[in-house]
Design a protein around this ligand. Structure first.
Ligand code: ATP
Ligand code: MG
Length: 337
């Protein structure tokens, strides 16, 4: 079966064609980074307007690249939430309209289920059950995954998401948005151990996270000196070291609690090389395999939505023409397939 996937939950317009037999046929992304850069964060109304202009031509481009005609498409999957309401509505209304015009099912997908399943797009993929660490701009979660739609949330952040903490810390260091890659780059020139940041919530039991304190710690550290390149690099190194260490400590704990020997790491922060290096170290001390999507599929993309759509297509109830988007939507409320 061939699925068209549409992602418009935030500031990336993503489109893909996934073939359940042949794999990913094509995918493309239009990033809005430059549009939002002057504001230092995402402006929801601008995001929605840009999706309107970008989405239709991007779909046409991806269909051509995938060498797929509309008559061959068996379903249209789109992100129905969580995310920005206006941005979600663009993908939902065009996705629903195309599905209606092509007389195929429309499949509403949970954005974080897309991230969670994204390593399945790779040749080296996990088998159910496994542990998942979802680390993105809006979420930080440890999930016990026993099958598609069978998600038990073991822990999540009490305040800022990890990606948000990277972005906010980068902003106060005068680094470019998005902050994750900027901090990782600056940290390469940092003096190891010049500063040591706390590892939030690691000294108490449980699998929840808290990252807003790290950003405050960075602000207080910076306030003590002139913000020259070396101080920026040293603080970036210390921030990344603490953020990654905290994730790794909680992953070890969750592996201990669940007994899983496979782990998935997905979402934008999953592209972080220091996190990947440190998790590889964990895998040398206990018999686990760690699975990631390729870096370009860590951040938002249409491929993960098309893939999740392919899995959910078979269990779809008959469509009605009504639809809604869910800016807030719990991952644990999804139905199993
Ligand atoms: N190499 C990296 N190191 C650390 N963080 C990174 C890296 N690359 C991207 N990020 C971070 O990933 C985040 C974006 O990821 P993603 O697109 O998955 O999030 P989102 O879609 O905005 O949020 P959500 O998926 O929770 O709705 C940003 O916060 C960005 O700074
Ligand atoms: Mg995302």
């Amino acid at each position: 079966m061939i699925i068209l996937g549409i992602e418009t939950s935030c500031d990336d317009t993503g489109v893909a064609v996934y073939d359940t037999d042949a794999g990913l046929r094509a995918h493309a992304l239009a990033s809005q980074v430059e549009l939002h850069q002057p504001y230092g964060g995402i402006v929801p109304e601008l995001a929605a307007r840009d999706h309107i202009q970008t989405l239709r031509p991007l779909i046409m481009e991806v269909l051509i690249r995938a060498k797929v005609k509309p008559a061959q498409i068996n379903g249209v999957a789109y992100t129905a939430g969580p995310g920005l309401a206006g941005a979600l509505l663009v993908g939902a209304s065009l996705g629903r309209s195309l599905a209606w015009a092509w007389n195929v099912p429309a499949i509403d997908i949970h954005h974080m289920e897309g991230h969670l399943l994204s390593p399945m797009l790779e040749p080296n993929r996990p088998e159910f059950p496994f542990l998942a660490l979802l680390v993105s701009g809006g979420h930080t979660m440890l999930v016990d995954v026993s099958g598609v739609g069978r998600y038990d949330i073991l822990g999540s952040t009490l305040d800022d998401a990890i990606g948000e903490a990277f972005d906010k810390t980068a902003k106060l260091l005068g680094l470019e948005y998005p902050g994750g890659p900027s901090i990782a780059k600056a940290a390469e020139h940092g003096n190891l151990g010049q500063f040591r940041f706390p590892r939030p919530m690691t000294d108490r039991p449980g699998l929840d996270f808290s990252f807003s304190g790290l950003k405050t710690y960075a602000r207080n550290t910076v306030a003590e000196g002139d913000l020259d390149d070396q101080l920026v690099a040293d603080v970036a190194w210390a921030f990344q070291d603490a953020a990654v260490d905290t994730l790794v400590i909680k992953c070890r704990r969750a592996l201990e609690v669940t007994g899983h020997d496979q782990m998935v790491i997905a979402g934008g922060v999953g592209a972080n090389s220091e996190l990947r290096r440190r998790m590889a170290d964990v895998a040398t001390t206990r018999p686990i395999s760690v699975f990631y999507p390729r870096p370009e599929l860590c951040t938002d993309n249409g491929a993960m939505i098309a893939y999740a759509g392919g899995l959910r297509l078979k269990s779809m109830a008959k469509d009605s023409l009504d639809f809604t988007v869910r800016p807030r939507w719990s991952l644990s409320s999804l139905g199993a397939v």
